[in-house]
Design a protein around this ligand. Structure first.
Ligand code: S3P
Length: 448
């Protein structure tokens, strides 16, 4: 089932060539953060290019429930913030739908304000681990009462007299890092987060943009991020860049679909997000960066992806995992069309995303005739080469947008069509996926 309605069965058939310009929506990570930091600033933040996917809309609703005014006028979202420490106690339950980023960042943002809030989500989110966030929030003095195993629904009592925290993240997670930093905003003194592996740094960049004192030092322990608490955040005007994780789908579709040539303009290449594109180039993909430039202090380019019949399987460096963690499902699809094995180590985190993404992809790929080996924190796809992938199965999206889109991309180049039991979850991050892919020439449809 999709998170907000009846299942939407979909079918992708062998397509080609995919051509044209793919204008993908705004970055999901940056969209959530714009709304949350806008709600914590004093005055009006204006946001254009916001991703209007269900995940982000759920965060907008949550910010209203905590007392911020959030409304869209024309193309611009206006967020009237209540200031750091100014969150009101929500009257109802905060439903974050499918969004781990939404719930974990909001828990952090409210954990050092003396209000109580109860959080819930859909069947996928209510299975995901929250202790990774509530453990460090307890160090600030917040208390969490949830279901067994640290699952939602969960009530958080924000700390009345929060203490600053020094916390080394035990898992490579930008969500955990961001929750601690957001909690640190309303704690006196300095809050420090130490991460051994670099994860996406949008929170650090945006906190600095809103006027917080935040610094990152590279040390032998890892990246040490220090935030001075109780700043007055100044409202910002934010143009959300396009999402590299959404760009991944038209890019990968073009690489495996005969005759394709697709331009995906204006994609951020922040090194903490761009691991997939590097990996595809290592596999021999015809993927070029055109018009390289800086946008809002970040490297950006237009991506040009052309059909690449001679892709080769590779060993994906484990240290690259955090910079492409959301892209492994669609990478595994490209790997099926490469010659030889693609081995993906160091990816334990894939097991606790919107679904267990290793299992979800392995089951569906096997049903489509591809051999996949897996362990707790690795998997290997045995590529069959271009033109040789059978397809012909009904795959399960398991309430996971990226699994649904990955299997549909697979179907553009398999011998037999690939079906997905429910394309509904795609709306959480890429609501225009279907018309956009169809406009490029993809044979994609809903089934009755
Ligand atoms: C996100 C961080 C990643 C990613 C998610 C978005 C973020 O999760 O998978 O889609 O915006 O901080 P983790 O930080 O848990 O790896």
């Amino acid at each position: 089932m999709s998170s907000h309605g009846e299942p939407i069965p979909m079918i992708a058939r062998r397509s080609g060539p995919l051509t044209g310009v793919a204008e993908v929506p705004g970055d999901k990570s940056i969209s959530h953060r714009s709304l949350i930091l806008g709600a914590l600033a004093v005055g009006e933040t204006r946001v254009t290019g916001l991703l209007e996917g269900q995940d982000v809309l759920d965060t907008a609703k949550a910010m209203q429930a905590f007392g911020a005014e959030v409304e869209k006028r024309g193309d611009t979202w206006h967020v009237h913030g209540v200031g750091v420490g100014g969150f009101a106690e929500p009257e109802g339950v905060i439903d974050c739908g499918n969004s781990g980023t939404g719930v974990r960042l909001i828990m952090g943002a409210m954990a050092t304000t003396p209000v109580a809030a109860t959080f819930t989500g859909d069947a996928s989110l209510n299975k995901r681990p929250m202790a990774r966030v509530t453990d460090p929030l307890a160090l600030f003095g917040a208390r969490a009462y949830g279901r067994s195993g640290g699952r939602l629904p969960m009530t958080i009592l924000g700390a009345r007299n929060p203490l600053p925290v020094r916390y080394a993240t035990p898992v490579p997670s930008a969500q955990v890092k961001s929750a601690v930093l957001l909690a640190g905003l309303n704690a006196p003194g300095e809050t420090v987060v130490i991460e051994r592996e670099a994860t996406r740094d949008h929170s650090e960049r945006m906190l600095a943009g809103f006027g917080a004192e935040v610094s990152t030092e590279i040390t032998p322990e890892g990246r040490v991020i220090t935030l001075r608490g109780r700043p007055e955040l100044r409202p910002q005007t934010i143009a959300v860049p396009r999402d590299p994780s959404s760009a991944a789908f038209p890019v990968c579709a073009a690489l495996i679909t005969e005759g394709s040539d697709v331009l995906v303009p204006n994609i951020g290449l922040n090194p903490t997000r761009a691991g997939l594109f590097e990996t595809l180039r290592d596999m021999g993909a015809d993927l070029t960066y055109e018009n390289m430039r800086e946008e809002g202090g970040e490297p950006a380019a237009d991506l040009r992806a052309r059909f690449s019949p001679d892709l080769k399987g590779i060993e994906v460096p484990a240290e690259r995992a955090a910079s492409m963690i959301d892209e492994y499902p669609v990478l595994s699809v490209v790997a099926a069309f490469a010659s030889g094995k693609t081995h993906m180590p160091g990816v334990r985190e894939l097991r606790v995303k919107e679904s267990d993404r290793i299992d979800a992809m392995a089951v569906g790929l096997r049903a489509c005739g591809i051999t996949v080996d897996e362990g707790e924190d690795w998997w290997t796809v045995h590529g069959l080469g271009h033109g040789s992938v059978p397809g012909g199965a009904i795959t399960q999206s398991r309430l996971d947008h990226r699994i649904a889109m990955s299997f549909l991309v697979l179907g553009f180049a398999t011998q037999q069509p690939v079906r997905v039991d429910d394309g509904g979850p795609i709306a959480t991050s890429f609501p225009i996926f279907e018309p956009l892919m169809t406009s490029l020439g993809a044979d994609l449809a809903r089934e009755a």
